[in-house]
Design a binder for this molecule. Sequence first.
Ligand code: N01
Length: 538
Amino acid sequence: MSSTDTNNHYEIVIIGAGFSGVYQLYRLRDLGFRVHLVEAGAGLGGIWHWNCYPGARVDTHCDIYQFSREDLWRDWTWSERFPGWAEMRRYFDYVDEKLGLSRDVSFNTRVEHAEFDEANQRWQLSTNQGTSLSANFVVVCTGFGSKPYIPELKGMENFTGEAHHTALWPQTGVELAGRRVGIIGTGASGIQVAQEASKVSTHVTVFQRTPNMFLPMGQQQLTAEDNARMKTTWPTSFQRRGECFGGFDFDFMMKSALEYSKEERDAIYERLWAAGGFNFWLGTFFDIFTNEEANRTAYEFWRNKVRARIKDPKLADMLAPMEAPHPYAVKRPSLEQWYFDLFNRDNTTLVSLKETPIEEVVPNGVRTSAGVHEFDLLVFATGFDAVTGGLTSMDILSADRSTTIKDKWRKGVRTQLGVATSGFPNLLFSYGPQAPTGFCNGPSSAEYQGECIVELLAHLRAQGHRRIEAEPAAEEHWRDHIMELAQHTLFPKADSWYMGANIPGKQREMLMYPGGLPKYLEEFKACKEKGYAGFRLS
Ligand code: N01
């Protein structure tokens, strides 16, 4: 593809080759659309391409962390219940081989600028390769975590060691063995690196701002027999996903935590805890998310479990304080394997940034208000400008050229059903803001929300429509609906990426649709049955 290539017009261009983009590619291609995918990385996999740091691992059991097409799962074998990044990459290579996807993908190509050509009703896209392409419709599948966030630290330029963000990890790998490693951030990424580093590094220093309520992963190695047995349950699991809040194959209990005596409740919590994964999050009492008293029962159970593993009471107070820093489970509770045990070892130091903030980076480490912590490798596990960052980091001009998506959303996101925003016709997005996204299993969203988008595009073609645009009134209504739902939950009580509150200066607002996947699908169906109400089709 070159800037002078006259064949670079497509009916549909997809941006991003994670689960969502890959789903769009094969579904739309099967429907006979002329479609092309543009991907910034060198391979398929999206988040699994970029996040190749040691320990990067799926937090959803493999049964439902895959495409549900039988021609794909029938011949695939998972080696672990929660696969690591390298296995996920092999999976995407396998999907590519089966479906022949790469022939319709431009790799190592990042869309930087997009503008709408009103005369021809099409988008013109330019890339970092100096190439351009055009499309009648664009489907942005950049996911929730394609824009890494690195905080500005005074003195960073003076650091003489190596420094990497987890999501920008060198594809050639980074040596952890025999080095002193400093890790800023204790989300899923930070603790996964810490767990691996603790095995081989001379010393690991973990800088924690907020204690994170990690749950036991319950990892299992899987044999061929395990896979054969699991395959008998997958069709039912895939079906269940569309009926469960988080797109999982299990759901909340429609019971209050407060309906039970402490003994009965703790017995239920024990069962969920032992099941591993997100059972203690998405399989628990529904009112954990709405009632502070119910929530406290879960926090206390979690806290007691964790504290029992930590020998030093001071460290126990830092990692699992007696009083919760925010309600349980309203920040995504990542999965740990041996994280809490690290702090019983001599080669791991925990630094509370609340007690001793970072003052500056120095040539050999970081100086906090308590002194210098030395290391050779600094890992930024500081997360993402999540959910909106993938869209706002591209320079996407509105049709009338008066604004960009980034500017339009500066004072709050506005979308119709989380798939389109007014002023930007023929531009749809999957796994973006104001949709189930961060509350939903990625592959489930890719398929369920993705299918809503596929049907919409097929409808436009069938009806001969050349243009679709979200109506401003509809997006105000959708926004109000989301804020109203969020108000009845405890989510606004934490500074999470769900709330856009992890990025300085970013508008604080609920970025996800908090009604769950089934309700979201109902909303989309109702909209479709009314001729895609809230969208202007022409
Ligand atoms: O990022 P995060 P992540 N100074 O935003 C801290 C998915 N994921 O990459 O909590 C000091 O969760 C910040 O502190 P605080 C998963 O959905 C999945 O770990 O804001 N610290 C926090 O501790 C996950 O939720 C897997 O106070 C600073 C950390 O950095 C999402 O990706 C693996 C700071 C950021 O945590 C994001 O996870 C990895 C500063 N200036 C990721 N700024 C799986 O297992 C931020 N922090 C599938």
